[in-house]
Design a protein around this ligand. Structure first.
Ligand code: T3D
Length: 267
C-alpha cells in the first residue's frame, strides 16, 4: 500500500518488509517536523503490527537524508532569538533513535546518496547499513557550529575509535561508502543500481527469519555496549530461555532434523 507522492515518508508493506522511504527529495530528504512525525508513525506501525518482521529505511531521489532542514532554522526569520535546539532534539531526534534501537525487529538502511548531519547518524543507528558506492557520510554539524547528535558521539567512537571519530566530526570531511565499509562503519558498499534490490533481498531474508530470536539478538548485541561479561552471560541465559520457548525455535530444530528448509512464522 504505497501512499501518495506528496507524503514526506512513503510507506509500503510487502512480504513482511515495511519499507519507509524519506520523501523530500528536493531538500535531500532533510527533516522537517512533518517528516519526523511520519517516520515515527511508520516505526510505530513496525512496533505494533506482527505482520511487519523487518524494516527497510531509504531515501527518495539522489540523497538519503541531509539532516535538519536548515530552512526551518533561518536566523533572519526568528526575530533575533536563538532557537532551543535542545528542545527539538528532545522532542524529535532522541525519540527517533531510541525507537529504532528498541524495535525488536531488524532495521536495514539503504543509504542511496548523501547522508549528512542527523541523516548520517540516523543511518548509523540502524541495524544493518548498505550504501550505494556514490553515497557519502558527512558529519556536517561542525560546519554550522553544532555538535553531532542523533547518537553520533556515541556510535562513531564505538565503531571507528576516537581518532577517526574526532577527525570526521571536527572536519566534516565526507566519507565515501567504500571507506565506510572498510572502516567497519557500515556493512557493505553496493553498486548504485544494485542497492535497492540488495537491500530488499536482505530485508526479505530477515523478514522470513525467526523474528523473536532475531529481535533478542539485536538487543543482546546492543546491551553488550554497557554490560560486563558477567552481565552479558546472564542476559544470554535469560534470553536463550525465552528464544527456546518460541515456535520458530521448535520449527528450526525440526527442520534441521528433517533435512528441509525451516518455515519460520515469526512467533
Ligand atoms: O536544528 C535542530 O533541531 C538541531 C538538530 C540538528 C541536526 C542536523 O542535522 S544539523 C546538520 C544539518 N545539515 C547540514 O548541515 C547539511 C546541509 N547540506 C549540505 O551540506 C549539502 O546540501 C550536502 C553536503 C548534504 C549535499 O551537497 P550537494 O552539493 O550534493 O547538494 P546541494 O546543492 O547542497 O543541495 C541540494 C538541495 O537540497 C539544495 O536546494 P536547492 O538549492 O536545489 O533549492 C539545498 O539547499 C537543499 N538542502 C540540502 N541540505 C539541506 C537542504 N535544504 C535544507 N536543509 C538541509 N539540511
Amino acid at each position: 500500500m504505497e501512499q501518495s507522492s506528496h507524503d514526506t515518508v512513503l510507506v509500503s508493506l510487502e512480504q513482511g518488509v515495511l519499507r519507509l522511504t524519506l520523501n523530500r527529495p528536493d531538500k535531500l530528504n532533510s527533516f522537517n517536523e512533518d517528516m519526523h512525525l511520519a517516520l515515527r508513525a511508520g516505526l510505530d506501525r513496525a512496533e505494533q503490527n506482527s505482520a511487519v518482521r523487518a524494516v527497510l529505511l531509504t531515501g527518495a531521489g539522489r540523497g538519503f537524508c541531509a539532516g535538519q532542514d536548515l530552512g526551518d532554522r533561518d536566523p533572519r526569520k526568528s526575530g533575533g532569538s536563538a532557537p532551543d535546539l535542545g528542545a527539538t532534539i528532545e522532542k524529535f531526534y532522541n525519540p527517533l533513535v531510541r525507537q529504532i534501537r528498541r524495535l525488536e525487529k531488524p532495521v536495514i538502511c539503504a543509504v542511496n546518496g548523501v547522508a549528512a548531519g542527523a541523516g548520517a547518524n540516523l543511518a548509523l543507528v540502524c541495524d544493518i547499513v548498505l550504501a550505494a558506492r556514490s553515497a557519502r557520510f558527512i558529519q556536517a554539524f561542525s560546519k554550522i557550529g553544532l555538535v553531532p547528535d542523533s547518537g553520533g558521539t556515541w556510535s562513531l567512537p564505538r565503531l571507528l575509535g576516537e581518532a577517526r571519530a574526532k577527525a570526521l566530526t571536527l572536519t566534516a570531511a565526507p566519507l565515501n561508502a567504500e571507506t565506510a565499509a572498510d572502516w567497519g562503519l557500515i556493512w557493505r558498499a553496493v553498486d548504485d543500481e544494485a542497492l535497492q534490490d540488495e537491500a530488499l533481498k536482505l530485508a526479505q531474508q530477515l523478514a522470513q527469519g525467526p523474528t523473536r530470536g532475531l529481535g533478542l539478538t539485536k538487543l543482546a548485541i546492543q546491551a553488550a555496549a554497557t554490560n560486563s561479561l558477567d552481565q552479558q552471560l546472564e542476559l544470554e541465559r535469560d534470553w536463550q530461555r525465552e528464544a527456546g520457548r518460541s515456535q520458530d525455535y521448535a520449527e528450526g530444530v525440526a527442520a534441521f532434523l528433517d533435512k528441509r528448509p525451516a518455515v519460520f512464522k515469526g512467533n
